[in-house]
Design a protein around this ligand. Structure first.
Ligand code: PEP
Ligand code: MN
Length: 341
């Protein structure tokens, strides 16, 4: 028993009664009150609920139906919620008809460069500014990000352009400071299975962009989303950013088949990051087009005014004029599949 569908006639009292019984079995609940119907998602080890107990819930006043979900993730599953979740970030919707684009440098380097990138991506039609202040670098000797100073620069760029900001968290100890500035908190590929970090952002009220792990299956990825959601935060979006394969022509292999697969399995919005997926500037625009055609709800694109001198991921960063051209070319693609840019 994982989902309890309540009838239209269910009263507050009926709901309280069901919740009390579930809690007495050490289960927690997630109440989803939609316009059509109210659903109780049961969280915890439901395998221990006996058939008799399940029948008693089925027979309780106000209950229309009880379902078991065979998938290991529940809150993230399409069974739990039929409609794609729309996440509203300062008025920009992710998961709706419009496909917002999150653009900006890999890392926040300094205010001057960030301001100039922010102005340019905004002018080209981006809806979010991205930029890392805490960078997960392969080498401990590489630039690690500006930390809080970088967050302050991002907030200043937001004031200047109105673009909400997306930035990465690497350590649960930084949640408080990052929450002061960020509009969307990014969990990077390397931390997709950092379960303590997932649980921590699960307590936050900020939307979370969860990137796919370098070698993670779609199921593992959805389980990670479930970790976040199980703590209460339902505003999770999944970001495909390429996986490790034997192919060396590209930095990773952008798994665009994950997009329609996720559309079947989950109600969470799907973001595609072709920049990290391919690792090469020239390949970003074609894959961005393909991502929209495949059904992506948003894109994440790295842009830098001077990629040759970028402190990270210069090879895959578009120059502002390339970004502007890509945005122009994406519009008819979006329209062709019933979306808008
Ligand atoms: C990034 O967005 O700059 C980044 C580090 O991404 P990923 O975690 O996908 O490698
Ligand atoms: Mn990067």
């Amino acid at each position: 028993m994982d989902i309890i569908v309540l009838s239209h006639e269910a009263t507050e009292e009926d709901i309280r009664h069901i919740i009390k019984r579930l809690e007495s079995w050490n289960l927690r609940i997630n109440l989803s009150q939609g316009t059509e119907r109210t659903i109780i998602g049961v969280i915890g080890d439901t395998s221990k609920v006996t058939e008799e107990e399940e029948d008693s819930i089925k027979a309780a006043p106000g209950v229309e139906n009880v379902f078991r979900i065979l998938k290991p993730y529940k809150l993230a599953s399409r069974e739990f919620r039929k409609e794609t979740t729309e996440i509203d970030v300062r008025g920009v919707i992710i998961g709706g008809k419009k496909v917002p684009v999150m653009a900006g440098p890999c890392a926040v380097e300094n205010m001057t460069v960030l301001a100039s990138i922010a102005d340019k991506v905004k002018a080209a039609g981006a809806s979010f500014l991205r930029g890392g202040a805490y960078k997960p670098r392969t080498s401990p000797y590489s630039f690690q990000g500006l930390g809080e100073e970088g967050l302050k620069h991002l907030a200043q760029a937001r004031d200047r352009t109105g673009l909400p900001i997306v930035t990465e968290i690497m350590d649960p100890r930084d949640l408080e400071v990052i929450s002061e500035y960020a509009d969307i908190i990014q969990i990077g590929a390397r931390n997709m299975q950092n379960f303590r970090l997932l649980l921590e952002v699960g307590t936050s009220d900020k939307p979370v962009l969860l990137k796919r792990g370098l070698s993670s299956t779609i199921k593992e990825w959805l389980m990670s989303a479930e970790y976040i959601m199980s703590r209460g935060n339902q505003n999770v979006m999944l970001c495909e950013r390429g996986i490790r394969t034997f192919e060396t022509a590209t930095r990773n292999t952008l798994d665009l088949s994950a997009v329609p697969v996720l559309k079947q399995l989950t109600h969470l919005p799907v973001v595609v990051d072709p920049s990290h997926g391919v690792g090469k500037r020239d390949l970003v625009a074609p894959m961005a087009k393909a991502a929209i055609a495949a059904g992506a709800d948003a894109l994440m694109i790295e842009v830098h005014t001077n990629p040759e001198e970028a402190m990270s991921d210069g090879d895959q960063s578009l120059k502002p004029e390339q970004f502007e051209k890509m945005m122009r070319e994406l519009r008819p693609v979006a329209e062709a599949v019933g979306r808008e840019l």
